[in-house]
Design a protein around this ligand. Structure first.
Ligand SMILES: C[S@@+](CC[C@H](N)C(=O)[O-])C[C@H]1O[C@@H](n2cnc3c(N)ncnc32)[C@H](O)[C@@H]1O
Length: 259
């Protein structure tokens, strides 16, 4: 069966036989590329990754402005979305990831002096090591959960949504920023050529990990169409689910309210 047609129950890096196996391979892969992650993200996205995270923060700004709001940025990696959220308001932002190497970089960055309106102070976000499928948060304890380019990497999407739902308060918001396959047409075909032929070569060469940058387009191809993700979020107990498409339809921001 071609990889794109496989049922998208959860990610399956090449060779993974089970959920546990998939999870372990994903963690190892991100741990290996952590030293080059930020540089390659900015380079390979032509700096668009910064724009996507800033737009995500703007979308949820009313929550961020509340000093009492508790926010979790799941699969936070080196922390860039957590920082964008923390800079946008007064909410308490925590980033969580299961790759220790990613978190070390996030923590180091949080201690460096930030540029912009809060220059001179540390970026106010905290980080913890946790698996998205077993979060160390109480039921109904969070106002907002975000995740940028992380959800696609979960070994079980339904379990991931259930766990996010568990920790969100009723009325809390989930925002999932993810890559998606653009529709057919010149722009979409150009994007696919770039992602499948160019990006793996540059990413593989500069990171020394070709598999990680082959995994990226393969996992996007296996992932949900934006409408399918709307349905899955609805079935998992989220209401008012909607999405916006950006950058030739290659990136989607889904939002939903915990019912
Ligand atoms: C593509 S990176 C995205 C990082 C960051 N959110 C960003 O915007 O750059 C995906 C991250 O998800 C993390 N991740 C994947 N599966 C996870 C899981 N089950 N639990 C926690 N983190 C996970 C990886 O370790 C990695 O840091």
């Amino acid at each position: 069966m071609p990889e794109a047609a496989a049922p998208a129950k959860g990610t399956r890096p090449e060779g993974a036989q089970s959920e546990a196996d998939a999870s372990r391979k994903v963690r190892e892969m991100f741990t290996e590329i952590a030293p080059h992650y930020d540089f390659l993200n900015h380079l390979l996205s032509f700096e668009q990754d910064r724009v996507w995270r800033a737009r995500t923060a703007r979308r949820v700004r009313p929550i961020l402005l509340r000093r009492d709001a508790r926010v979790l940025d799941l699969c936070c990696g080196t922390g860039d979305l957590a920082f964008a959220l923390a800079r946008s308001g007064a909410a308490q932002v925590t980033g969580a990831d299961f790759s220790h190497a990613m978190l070390v970089r996030a923590t180091t960055k949080s201690k460096t002096r930030s540029r912009g309106p809060k220059a001179g102070s540390a970026i106010p976000a905290t980080f913890l090591e946790a698996d998205a499928l077993r979060l160390p948060f109480a039921d109904s304890s969070l106002d907002l959960v975000t995740t940028a380019f992380g959800f696609r990497n979960l070994a079980n999407y339904e379990s991931g949504l259930q766990e996010i739902r568990r920790v969100l308060k009723r009325g809390g918001t989930l925002a999932i920023l993810e890559f998606t396959e653009p529709p057919p047409g010149l722009a979409g075909d150009l994007y696919r050529w770039y992602c499948r032929k160019v990006l793996p070569k540059i990413g593989g060469f500069l990171s020394g990990n070709p598999n990680a940058y082959k995994y990226l387009p393969a996992s996007v191809a296996r992932f949900f169409h934006p409408d399918e993700l709307v349905s899955l979020m609805g079935e998992a107990g989220f209401a008012s689910v909607e999405y916006q498409l950006w950058t030739l339809g290659s990136v989607a921001l889904h939002t939903g309210i915990r019912a």
